[in-house]
Design a protein around this ligand. Structure first.
Ligand code: DQA
Length: 252
């Protein structure tokens, strides 16, 4: 049984999967102009994908933009994510710069949660986790495979290692090449949900994987990414469709 993870005014790991909407603007103006339509759609969480932001490596610009976004969002929970190029993101950064950017996010005090990619140096990842948690920032640890779907045992192993590294929530996104791959992701999700001490988030990307984005409550994924405007990964469903689908699939 996992603890429920509180993020501002939402709880991950209980009830229906929560809905996150990404913001992928390049400029402060783009980012802020995405907020009103997103607020109108009432997501549980907003994900700011800072790898799209053109000021991301300038700590002062990043923190200023983050503060403006925080203010504009009102009380909606905010997850901040730098997705590296190798894991499907927009920008390639040297490892040392990736950690500097993440530390600037924590120091900026605008975010409720931080995405931390699992596959960097162990000591750097663990140190970043400790820094985030000391600042009351929830750590959603992640790994993306944009080419394939590893075996269920491998997916469970990676999610387990995220928990071992101190993650509050463990997340894995994979690309299916077949319907069997989608079943593999769902099976791994079910096993991880039953065996791990932290909530998990999983998705199979692309059109084949769309079914996994609505099936989280049955198989054990606590968050689904949906669109209001631009998508941040292939296969995301419009929030306006996802919400009723999650309601229909609710477990009583
Ligand atoms: O980790 C994820 C999941 C995601 O890749 C998806 O497939 O919905 C979208 C990303 O923005 C987010 O950081």
């Amino acid at each position: 049984m996992q603890p429920v993870i509180k993020l501002r005014n939402i709880e991950l790991g209980t009830g229906r999967p929560k809905i996150a909407v990404p913001i992928t603007g390049k400029t402060v103006a783009d980012i802020l102009s995405a907020v009103d339509p997103i607020k109108a759609a009432k997501p549980d969480l907003v994900e700011w994908r800072i790898d799209f932001f053109d000021g991301v490596t300038d700590a002062a610009k990043l923190q200023d933009a983050g503060q403006q976004l925080r203010n504009a969002l009102g009380d909606i929970a905010l997850l901040t994510t730098f997705r590296t190029k190798g894991e499907g993101g927009e920008l390639a950064l040297a490892d040392a710069d990736y950690f500097k950017v993440c530390q600037a996010v924590i120091a900026g005090k605008f975010t409720d949660a931080l995405d931390v990619e699992r596959y960097h140096e162990e000591k750097d990842v663990k140190q970043l986790v400790a820094q985030a948690q000391a600042a009351n920032v929830v750590v959603i640890m992640s790994n993306h495979d944009f080419d394939k779907t590893p075996s269920a045992a491998e997916i469970v192993k990676r999610l387990t290692s995220m928990v071992d590294y101190g993650a509050d929530v463990a997340k894995m996104a994979v690309m299916p090449q077949s319907a069997e791959d989608v079943l593999t992701l769902l099976s791994a999700t079910n096993i991880a949900h039953q065996s791990l001490s932290r909530p998990v988030i999983t998705m199979s990307m692309g059109d084949l994987g769309k079914v996994t984005r609505i099936a989280g409550e049955a198989f054990g994924s606590c968050l689904s990414f949906a669109t209001v405007g631009a998508a941040s990964a292939p296969g995301q469903i419009a929030l306006a469709h996802l919400r009723p689908e999650l309601e229909d699939l609710k477990l009583n």
